[in-house]
Design a binder for this molecule. Sequence first.
Ligand code: GLU
Length: 439
Amino acid sequence: MSKQNLQTDSALYKTTHALPSYLQPDNLGPWGTFLNQVDRVTPYLGNLSRWVETLKRPKKALIVDVPIHLDNGTVAHFEGYRVQHNTSRGPGKGGVRFHQEVTLSEVMALSAWMSVKNAAVNLPFGGAKGGIRVDPKLLSRGELERITRRYTSEIGSIIGPTKDIPAPDVNTDAQIMAWMMDTYSMNEGSTSTGVVTGKPIALGGSLGRREATGRGVFTVGVEAANKIGLTISGSKLAVQGFGNVGSIAAQLFVEAGAILVSVQDHSGAIYCGSGIDVRLLQEYVHSQGGVAGFPSADSINSTLFWQVDCDVLIPAALEGQITEENAPLIKARMVIEGANGPTTPAADDILAERKILVIPDVIANAGGVTVSYFEWVQDFSSFFWSEKEINARLVSIMKEAFDSIWETAQKHHVTLRTATFIIGCTRILRAREDRGLYP
Ligand code: GLU
């Protein structure tokens, strides 16, 4: 390409630089939300803002066909994705989600939030994410294993312990990571424990990893509560999603004296003003698959959940849950985003105007990937740490990151989300600039 063609006013530049429709900010959905968040941070990036286009395009996106034999003898095809949003600061890192509504655009956004999150807590990783468009609840265990193995094989050329390291996310767990690790290792011809994190302990997994995201949510929640003068003991808590993140966060808040008043999940919503027994609910959800029908609480309409009288609200399910419609109804003083992308930009503005503090996903749920980082380091060194050590290091990283985000927010008079993006994007783009363009 000649120098002439690189000038921004040339027709070629405009053609090659027009964002494809699925990357346009007005194309709503998670990727649109991310682009909007990048636009909000750009004025605070100084000279580095000239690299901001880097953030608006994923570095690499792979779509794979995942055919498997179903138990009934037929063959079914599923669509799988792995997106590496940015690798300027290190290998790609982020989970794999199995969900019937997964799309490329969603995985792109989730990978981008991983870039910001990993940089915000200063982990030496870029951002990546993967997924398969499938409802895993409809698969047998054998089918689940086959879909996981074929997907891993298909993305095998772009993942690896120094390239891109998957982990659990929505509907994926330690067993799925074990199958991923085994498939990758069989293809490589050598056991490679560091290719995924969130593995079973027997395969090089880390103590404390399963609880890490919930523990991180709790840690930043306590820090933020201190800043705004909210006492956790006696405070009322509402949680959306009662999986790995929501149930552990709820448990830690309750252990600190909070009262769990309401929980909503895919099955319905429950309410009990005097407090839901979190351990009993964990057992109930484990056996019944959802909170609906929990005997010692009232069942409420799922939309009423957002209006529940509470001090702390933790969305810990999927994206786009807090919207223009329900943001005006929320009564909490503080929203802690256990999920990725639960608040739309319009809802963010409403909450900010209503002086409800939002602790954004890119710091609030960073505990999971932080302990994933510990797992990766332990696998490389084949030296394993105690759970006490892991939790102590996790809490110290989360507190330090939160404090500098808080200071940045005060300094620039911006929300915690924009402050986290300022810190994360500055680190990413500084690495981008220092490395320079190849060739
Ligand atoms: N899926 C988790 C997240 O969204 C963890 C990713 C990881 O451990 O790599 O942060």
